[in-house]
Design a protein around this ligand. Structure first.
Ligand SMILES: Nc1nc2c(ncn2[C@@H]2O[C@H](COP(=O)(O)OP(=O)(O)O)[C@@H](O)[C@H]2O)c(=O)[nH]1
Ligand SMILES: *[C@@H]1O[C@H](CO)[C@@H](O)[C@H](O)[C@H]1NC(C)=O
Ligand SMILES: *[C@@H]1O[C@H](CO)[C@@H](O)[C@H](O)[C@H]1NC(C)=O
Ligand SMILES: [Mg+2]
Length: 395
């Protein structure tokens, strides 16, 4: 049956408009605005597109055998690679290790420490040991660091799960809440870490893309850095709705803990993602993505952080909501630390699904320069780096 010409034309125009809209949505994710949100902050140019080299000297490099695995007088400092991981994640852990050993640790041979709430299997230990020539240690998380604290009411937890499970990922997975609480307030208290100052947190199933030819721990120490990150994100506001009000209570009683050069403006930014700020009751939800961290545990061991952690822990928010260690760490750093001591490791190419840090450097292979996500286009809105750079700079 012949379709009249006018109808055919209408069809073509409708299709045309449809594809144009699809094009708009996918070609310009950074300018998409949620209803009611303000204008999005825009970096004039993504710094990952600019040629990226090493951070400033002094940098400590391999010379002769100064970083050999068995050298008792090596140039290594008081630091370790650190992974909390389950036996079932062996293959994913090996993949992360292979990348980090290839790009960095086969040169510097820092020890690895693997922690677990259950004993590691012999197979796990054997395969992990084979993946590095550096020292490897395995240990259990002490029970009292992992178990659900006595003040958590099981019925209230179950009710909270029912309320939030549709909106908050992992809400119904109790071990995830335990893991977040442990990463917030306990990892640096592990007996095997008491003589260690710096750590590099490594998760299973992450990627490292760029050769790094200096000792990053030494960089932290020589440049007085407390914390290094690669990715800076917005969080799901429903997971932390009650956190900022508790932070405010804490601050009003402990004003003296605030650092004069803090980054509270980053934490309170309401410009880009106004709906996050509103749902999180005054917190931008911006945070350092903590599956990657290079840090100085003396910060977590400070009086300010201990007081802060105890305050928020007592409220039960790690269970009745799903406060993550990333927002908890980030809020503490943003309040109690000099923001110039927080370093963006722009030169460390990194991926944890679904986000990347991929600099423009001949030392990088296997990631697409400047790509922020390989997930859905709307995930590009989750980049909070512009807000961090605006308030704290790129140091
Ligand atoms: N031993 C142990 N490790 C866990 C548990 N839950 C999470 N982890 C570890 O905690 C980190 C974060 O968990 P992951 O599943 O990657 O969460 P996601 O990255 O937020 O999706 C990873 O290093 C996991 O191996 C647990 O119950 N036991
Ligand atoms: C390593 O760091 C820890 C924590 O800061 C400290 O107690 C310890 O004395 C340091 N050890 C060495 C050998 O520097
Ligand atoms: C780091 O701090 C020490 C002691 O406060 C100071 O002497 C040194 O100059 C600082 N170094 C840098 C690179 O800021
Ligand atoms: Mg993970």
């Amino acid at each position: 049956m012949a379709v009249p010409k006018s109808i055919r034309l209408l069809g073509i125009i409708t299709l045309g408009i449809f594809f144009y809209l699809v094009f708009l949505i996918y070609s310009a994710p950074v300018t998409i605005q949620a209803p009611g949100s303000g204008k999005l902050e825009k970096m004039t140019k993504d710094p990952n597109l600019e040629p990226t080299g090493e951070p400033p000297e002094p940098l400590r490099r391999v010379v002769g055998n100064n970083y050999s695995p068995n050298n008792p007088n090596s140039d290594r400092i008081n630091a370790t690679l650190l992974a909390l991981v389950r036996n079932s994640e062996l293959e994913d852990m090996l993949q992360s290790m292979r990348d980090l050993e290839r790009t960095w640790n086969h040169k510097f041979n820092y020890p690895w420490l693997f922690l677990n709430d259950e004993p590691f299997t012999d197979e796990f230990k054997k395969k992990i040991r084979e993946a590095t020539k550096a020292e490897v240690n395995f240990d259990l998380v002490p029970k009292e660091h992992w178990e659900v604290p006595s003040w958590i009411n099981e019925d209230l937890y179950q009710e909270s799960v029912e309320l939030l499970k549709e909106k908050v990922q992992y809400m119904n997975k109790k071990s995830y809440h335990q893991m977040c609480r442990w990463n917030s307030g306990f990892f640096y208290k592990h007996p095997a870490l008491l003589n260690t100052r710096y750590y590099w947190r490594v998760e299973p199933h992450v990627h490292f893309f760029c050769d790094v030819d200096y000792d990053v721990f030494r960089y932290m120490q020589d440049h007085n850095k407390t914390y290094g990150f690669t990715i800076n994100l917005y969080d799901s506001p429903e997971s932390v709705a009650g956190l900022w009000p508790e932070v405010n209570k804490f601050i009003s009683d402990h004003n003296h803990h605030l650092h004069p050069n803090n980054a509270i403006k980053w934490l309170q930014d309401d410009h880009n993602r106004r709906e996050n700020f509103q749902k999180a009751n005054g917190y931008s939800t911006c945070h350092f993505w903590s599956n990657f961290e290079i840090g100085d545990m003396n910060f977590w061991r400070s009086k300010a952080y201990e007081d802060f952690f105890n305050h928020i822990d007592r409220t039960g928010g790690f269970f009745y909501e799903r406060w993550g260690d990333a927002p908890v760490h980030s809020i503490a750093l943003g309040l109690f630390e000099d923001s110039s001591k927080i370093h963006w490791f722009r030169d460390i190419g990194y991926q944890h699904i679904p986000f990347f840090n991929c600099p423009n450097s001949p030392k990088c292979h296997g990631c697409q320069t400047g790509r922020f996500t390989d997930g859905e286009a709307w995930l590009n809105r989750d980049d909070c780096r512009p807000v961090w750079f605006k308030y704290a700079g790129m140091g």
